[in-house]
Design a protein around this ligand. Structure first.
Ligand code: F6P
Length: 424
């Protein structure tokens, strides 16, 4: 089997270990493994240039390992040091087209065992990620299907958030029709149409937001939480020194998991999350009452965490600056705002973001190898410490149901969809 792996959407720590696991598990199981650079954008663009001539391999590799490398191996195309091989060829697709990049015009690249050496502890995604507008169009998905068939790939692992996995599921659902279109326009042969009648897909949830339903943890969320925790630990000492208040804005898009867990793990006086806005409307007095109480019992510092998607019960955004103004004007606290931004997303994965993608990456490959045409595509999740396969459609549907409940201001449902054991 020929399998390919891509990372899509916002990067997250743990994507490199996920790609590494897919590559190594695939090779171990006898597959040819490819990486697709720049996410779906690379899949739509495909390969427009021939593989580069071989470079000298600087190291003596055991023959059985070398046997895995195709003409297109990154190892042969890029320099081969101890560090991550792809790094030297990295750059976005635009740059590749403009400059004489090492992988000019090539987005779908065969990889070998050593191409992913050293990737376990590295942040971001070396194979690049993008939010592709082209893949959202029917023409884009047709080009993507054509490129997969041209490269002889019949199994795809997508590592990304809910949008990326929805895209994967859509590609799979449309696949028979895309194959028909390619055949009728003579872009593929009848033999190819028969051989590639089904596309097998496995989804790995790579997102710092931990916003995917039916799985306990997404790849990247533990690292982002750790970053937030460290940042608030740092803020705590300066806040206490000056008896100040800090409003800390954290990421998470429409999901409050990072904010809530940061509140527990780093300690916060008040937390704003999208799924459970403050009960009173307006919310200002409710927050001030809590903080006033904490100050009265002798707290020298105040930490308020605001999820970036926070809002009140009428869905009016609650922003960090507004919270600061309230703390300053009503409680007369000397207040600062810290927006953690992309520091939450970058950097080395914590241990959990190495273990989880490794176990899940291996199962993603197993799921492709075991897939039958009548089965759904699976998302590889984790529940109560067990790696599980969950039908991708179900996970996507429930994730969208949370957003719909928030939109309908049905916060009890939003919370119980996120956590069935949550009590109002
Ligand atoms: O989905 C991951 C995430 O980091 C969100 O938490 C945040 O809202 C968004 O991506 C930021 O996106 P960008 O990096 O495109 O600004």
């Amino acid at each position: 089997m020929r399998i390919a792996v891509l990372t899509s959407g916002g990067d997250s720590a743990g994507m490199n270990p996920a790609v590494r696991a897919v590559v190594k598990a695939g090779i171990t199981k006898g597959c040819e493994v490819y990486v697709i650079r720049e996410g779906y954008e690379g899949l739509v663009r495909g390969n427009t240039a021939p593989p580069r001539p071989h470079r000298k391999v600087h190291r003596n590799l055991p023959a059985e390992r070398l046997a895995h490398f195709g003409d297109d191996s990154l190892l042969k195309n890029l320099s081969f040091g101890d560090g991550p091989a792809l790094r030297e060829g990295a750059g976005d697709a635009e740059e590749d087209e403009q400059e004489s990049g090492t992988l000019k015009g090539r987005h779908i690249v065969r990889v070998g065992w050593d191409d992913v050496r050293g990737w376990m502890g590295e942040g971001g995604t070396f194979i690049g990620s993008a939010r592709s507008a082209a893949f959202r169009t029917p023409e884009g998905r047709l080009a993507a299907a054509h490129n997969l068939i041209k490269e002889g790939i019949d199994g795809l692992v997508v590592c990304g958030g809910d949008g990326s996995l929805t895209g994967a599921d859509r590609l799979r659902a449309e696949w028979p029709d895309l194959v028909k279109q390619l055949l009728s326009s003579n872009q593929i042969t009848q033999d190819q149409a028969t051989t590639y009648a089904h596309l097998k897909i496995s989804g790995l949830v790579g997102s710092i937001d931990n916003d995917m339903a039916l799985t306990d943890m997404t790849i990247g969320a533990p690292t982002a939480l750790h970053r937030i925790c460290e940042a608030i630990d740092n803020i705590n000492s300066t806040a206490a020194s000056h008896s100040r208040a800090f409003v800390v804005e954290v990421m998470g898009r429409h999901c409050g998991w990072l904010a809530l867990m940061a509140g527990v793990s780093a300690g916060a006086d008040y937390v704003f999350i999208p799924e459970q806005p403050p009960k009173s409307q307006p919310w200002e007095e409710e927050m001030c009452e809590v903080i006033r109480r904490h100050r009265e019992v002798g707290k020298r510092k105040t930490i308020v965490i605001v999820a970036e998607g926070a809002h009140d019960r009428d869905l009016n955004p609650i922003k960090a600056d507004k919270v600061k103004d309230v703390l300053t004007e009503v409680l007369k606290l000397d207040t600062r705002v810290t927006t953690l931004g992309h520091t939450q997303r970058g950097g080395r994965p914590v241990a959990m973001d190495r273990i989880l993608p490794t176990l899940q990456g291996i199962d993603a490959v197993n799921a492709l190898l075991e897939a039958t045409p009548d089965q759904p595509s699976y998302m590889i999740g984790i529940h109560e410490n067990k790696i599980l396969r969950i039908p991708l459609v179900d996970a996507v549907k429930q994730t969208q149901a949370v957003a719909a409940a928030i939109e309908a201001r049905d916060f009890a449902t939003a919370m119980s969809l996120r956590d069935p054991e949550f009590e109002q």
